[in-house]
Design a protein around this ligand. Structure first.
Ligand code: UN1
Length: 511
């Protein structure tokens, strides 16, 4: 299929982008637009995007519903081929899309290009998965019965994604949805719609039939709400806040649909006295501060053995205070701005509050406005010591460049403190002791567990997701994606009676 360009035009040198519905780029029914600005420089307008509403959602769901039967019956091998082609198209644009990601989201160029490369890998992975067997053959009580399962798509799936991984997360939801034969209505975060456009362009150009993938941009209340309430939508996959996740649970409980949630984290890195301190330092700092701490897998609690906590905290302070914070397009920058002014102000407020609550501020502490940073959403990488594990800072996700150090006496207390939060996404332990490592793996309440590496990161071939309040007891990526994006059909096939049996039945000879 040849898709018309996603750009609806330019005004004053700024591009305008539409929705993608039924294989065509088109403006919102209302004609309204919203602006997308660079968080490193609010005077830099990245583009104008369709401010959609219920009418646009209805049209997108209708297009997806109409395409569902054809796509379900398209061979998995053909679906795989389209994903592979989309991977090649996106790969040829990795530099451009990575730069655009940095411009609209604010993570460094290295991270922006790295994440786009990751999206390419995810597309390739699901092109491979689409060719794997999906059903199972079972023995039956009756020896002649062919008894097996097959997996079938859910139908129309709503994909609702956050701004912090604006191309990787959409890809790891959309690629398996499509691979297993679902059609998609994709509602990306309003702060990062350009990456969504780029992903949809690559998939459309790779030959997806019209209606199989639809993009609707706009506000959560105007787009997300009617989308998840539409009875034709049979699956919803969402990554974002616990508050929205809770609302989705209620909606789905009432109307019935399959739901997958990836929510918050308050991820601990435990550093035991026997750890390789240099190694642990690097991983704790990266886990806490990369992407300005805006990952649900970010390290936000360093739980450190009391034997080590003084010198370890001092070295954390040195490292964190020395991070280069600035324009994420510059190669020397290590930490960019937060995603927007609202988030920067919110995190600065949390820092203020933590100080009032008695945590000891030892690096950073609020907004950065010098050296041109006043034009962007900058918050200084911030370190607190003496954090009370039960305080707000010890319990709540801040989603910013803020790390709190908690002192403990040994491994058992460390794990107990680590578990004493409502979240359970990822966790790290730094030790040289194999026995402690194994005990940690057994005892920690987290869906992703690292020994001697940082809490963030997710390889596409393994399941990703959390325990407790971090998830909905489902997993994304790897083979787990198949479980979510398909439903099972159990099939009993018996041979028809043989001619002899039929003749005997007619003559009344046999039962
Ligand atoms: C990663 O750590 O690389 O929203 C991925 C998030 C997670 C993904 C983290 N769902 O931050």
């Amino acid at each position: 299929m040849v898709a018309a360009p996603s750009r609806a035009g330019t005004a004053g040198g700024v591009e305008t982008y539409g929705n993608f519905v039924g294989g065509e780029w088109r403006p919102a029914a209302s004609g309204d637009l919203f602006e997308n600005r660079n968080p490193a420089d609010r005077d830099d307008l990245v583009g104008r995007f369709a401010a959609s509403g219920e009418e646009d959602v209805r049209a997108a769901v209708a297009a997806a519903a109409e395409a569902a039967e054809g796509w379900r019956l398209t061979s998995a091998i053909a679906r795989s081929g389209i994903l592979l082609k989309a991977a090649a198209i996106l790969e040829s644009r990795v530099q451009q899309v990575g730069r655009e990601l940095t411009r609209e989201e604010g993570k460094t160029l290295k991270e922006g290009i790295g994440e786009t490369t990751r999206a390419v890998q995810i597309l390739r992975y699901y092109a491979g998965e689409a060719q794997q067997p999906t059903g199972e053959h079972y023995p039956s009580m009756s020896p002649a019965t062919l008894l097996y399962t097959q997996r079938e798509p859910l139908g129309v799936v709503a994909v609702i994604t956050p701004w912090n991984f604006p191309i990787a997360i959409p890809t790891w939801k959309i690629a398996p949805a499509l691979a297993y034969g679902n059609t998609v209505v994709f509602k990306p975060a309003s702060l990062t719609p350009l990456c969504a456009v780029r992903l949809v362009e690559a998939l459309a150009e790779a030959g997806l039939p019209p209606g199989v993938l639809n993009l609707v941009t706009g506000a959560a209340s105007a787009v997300g709400d009617p989308l998840v309430r539409d009875e034709r939508v049979t699956g919803i996959t969402f990554t974002g806040s616990n508050a929205v996740g809770g609302e989705l649970r209620k909606i789905v409980a009432e109307r019935g649909a399959k739901l997958q949630l990836e929510l918050g984290g308050k991820n601990p890195a435990i550093v035991l006295a026997d750890a390789d301190v240099d190694h642990a330092l690097g991983h704790v700092v990266n886990g806490a501060m990369m992407s300005a701490g805006q990952k649900c897998t970010a390290t936000s609690r360093a739980i450190v053995d009391r034997e080590l906590v003084g010198p370890f905290t001092e070295r954390l302070r040195e490292r964190i205070a020395g991070l280069v914070v600035g324009d994420p397009q510059r190669p020397e920058t290590q930490i960019g701005p937060l995603v927007d002014e609202g988030n920067a102000e919110r995190v600065a407020g949390e820092i203020e509050r933590a100080t009032q609550d008695g945590a000891r501020l030892i690096a950073g502490g609020g907004r950065l406005t010098d050296n041109g940073r006043g034009r962007g959403a900058y918050v200084a990488p911030t370190l607190f010591a003496d954090v009370d594990p039960d305080s707000r800072l010890g319990q709540e996700e801040l989603f910013g460049p803020v790390l709190g150090v908690i002192a403990v006496d040994g491994m058992d207390e460390a794990v107990a403190v680590a578990n004493r939060v409502r979240f359970g996404l990822s966790a790290s332990l730094f030790t040289r002791d194999l026995g402690r490592a194994l005990a940690f793996v057994q005892g920690i309440q987290a869906g992703i567990v690292h020994v001697n590496s940082e809490t963030a990161g997710a390889e596409p071939q393994v399941p990703f997701g959390g325990m407790k309040g971090s998830s909905s007891y489902s997993r994304e990526q790897g083979k787990a994606a198949r479980d979510f994006f398909t439903q099972l059909k159990t099939v009993y096939i018996d041979p028809p009676p043989t001619p002899v049996a039929v003749a005997e039945r007619r003559s009344g000879g046999a039962a």
